[in-house]
Design a protein around this ligand. Structure first.
Ligand code: UN1
Length: 503
């Protein structure tokens, strides 16, 4: 029997439009604990295009006043928000872990990552938002000024349901945009809590609006809405590709998309193999392989293949995929039944494609109260054309170990996927890492580290199917503002540039 496991801020959940918490006037959906699939966590309104219209209208209405508000005053609200997040860290981490299946320790780190974004944005409020540039005419001053674009739609995934929304909402709002936020339907509660904190921090009605629901009911009408100016999206390539097309169909819309990956750790001939094994383990199996930057591949120099496998496989076998609230766990469950099915299908495909399976990935059934737990699948595979499992994103604990013979070949293998998000190279040689740094396609590169663990004050985004080169976190500002040129004449007569006559 389903039971409601904890008190939500609103039970059942609500949308937030123009400063009002609004209950469902139609269908609802349920959120369940992925570590205990029979545990009901809450019930939320399933938004429709009418709700989206209301939220976008509220954001549009709030825009002129918000844009007019001093940037420093807008920034001060982020100071309030930071204090509130600090006050609630433990509670937020608990809600997040329960809803997403992330370990409590990782959930806490994610709340801190979100806090860092808020602190960063607060700091930038008093930083320049443009520059003064000389004109060829002495009496003219040229200014470059960033201006907000308008209404930003923020559509985010369940795997980082607190930090990623803040990567997008915080810079958008600081720059003077207003927002409509659709959290993932897998993690509605943490999304709602975040919006409640924005409201408590004093953000004016309409500057942040929340609509719960799925992609079809809310995501699509929101992304296609003619009054939305920017869509900031993190999620699958399939959805992101549609958002890019919809943006191109409009006259004015831009989008910043963060999508999937087939990220990799590259273990060079001279690598410290202990460090390499740890980096590979964290990259592939933290968060049960469900980070967009999770490694689906470890490329290993053929001369070190045996030694690496000897160190790595017993450790991978020991890692515990268990209760997110148990300190002994290394990672928690997958998010839902569809994820289990997808990972299982790829595990089977690896075998059919001729992989040498070193660890069999299996559903860890009844023993863990029927959560969506799976053990890691690890296999050796040669890089050959047409092998799908070494190129397609799996989004789970599924790892190919691929041998290479020299650096050029490793770079070619690394780049031979449709993705380009995150890459780690393990080497002691500074000449070597420079080569990988310059020739691999990625948004985030690492040396002697896992390929996960980015920090908010850097840009976060990828290339190819991983993103459209409009990163989020600190660099989202480029997607949610436009740079205007503004020229002022201080003379009493008009003089034109480039020698043009003004008489
Ligand atoms: C994601 O996987 O969607 O770099 C975001 C990291 C985290 C963010 C990951 N800071 O692993």
């Amino acid at each position: 029997m389903a039971t409601v496991a904890h008190n939500t801020v609103f039970d059942p959940g609500r949308h937030f439009i123009a400063g009002d918490w609004r209950a469902a006037d139609g269908a609802s959906f349920e959120s369940h604990n992925p570590a205990r699939t029979r545990e009901l966590l809450g019930v939320y309104p399933a938004g429709t295009s009418a709700d989206v219209d209301a939220a976008v209208a509220a954001a549009r209405e709030a825009f002129p006043n918000w844009r007019r508000t001093s940037r420093v005053k807008r920034g001060d609200l982020f100071d309030n928000l930071a204090q509130l997040i600090k006050r609630d860290v433990d509670e937020l981490a608990t809600v997040l872990a329960r809803e997403s299946g992330k370990l409590l320790d990782e959930a806490r780190a994610e709340v801190i990552e979100g806090l860092h974004m808020v602190q960063y944005v607060f700091g930038t409020a008093r930083q320049p938002y443009g520059q003064v540039i000389a004109s060829e005419i002495e009496a003219k001053d040229l200014y470059e000024r960033r201006k907000p674009r308008g209404v930003v739609a923020v559509i985010t995934p369940w795997n980082f349901p607190f930090a990623v929304p803040l990567w997008m909402l915080a810079p958008s709002l600081l720059e003077g945009n207003t927002t409509v936020f659709k959290p993932s339907e897998e993690t509605p509660e943490i999304g709602q809590r975040l919006v409640a904190l924005f409201a408590e921090a004093g953000f004016p009605a309409g500057t942040i609006n929340l609509i719960h629901g799925d992609g079809l009911g809310v995501g699509e009408p929101l992304a296609r809405h003619p009054d939305v100016d920017v869509v900031a999206f993190t999620g699958s390539y399939e959805v992101g590709a549609k958002i890019r097309r919809w943006a191109a169909e409009s006259d004015h819309k831009t989008c910043a998309c963060e999508m999937g990956s087939k990220s990799a750790v590259i273990v060079c001939e001279d690598a410290d193999l202990e460090l390499a094994a740890s980096a590979a383990l964290l990259s592939a199996f933290k968060t049960a392989g469900q980070r967009c930057v999770s490694a689906g591949r470890v490329l290993v120099h053929r001369s070190k293949l045996g030694a690496f496998v000897e160190r790595f496989v017993p450790r991978a076998e020991q890692v515990r995929f268990g209760d997110p609230f148990d300190r002994q766990s290394f990672a928690g469950p997958l998010i839902n039944a569809a994820a289990v099915e997808k990972v299982t299908a790829y595990n089977e495909l690896a075998r059919r494609e001729g992989a040498q399976v070193l660890l069999e990935g299996k559903r860890l059934g009844d023993t863990l109260a029927d959560g969506y737990f799976m053990s890691p699948c690890v296999y050796l595979q040669e890089h050959r054309p047409g092998v799908r499992t070494i190129r397609e994103e799996v989004f789970g604990p599924h790892l190919a170990i691929i041998p290479f013979d020299n650096d050029d070949e490793a770079i070619a293998i690394y780049n031979d996927t449709p993705y380009g998000l995150s890459m780690a190279v393990i080497t002691e040689d500074y000449r070597r890492w420079r080569l990988y740094r310059d020739e691999c396609d990625y948004g985030m590169g690492y040396v002697n580290l896992p390929c996960i663990g980015a920090e908010v004050h850097l840009p976060f985004g990828g290339v190819k199917r991983s993103g459209n080169g409009q990163p989020s976190a600190a660099a989202l500002v480029d997607a949610v503002t436009h740079r205007t040129a503004f020229t002022v004449n201080h003379d009493r007569t008009i003089r034109m540039a480039q020698g043009m006559k003004a008489e």
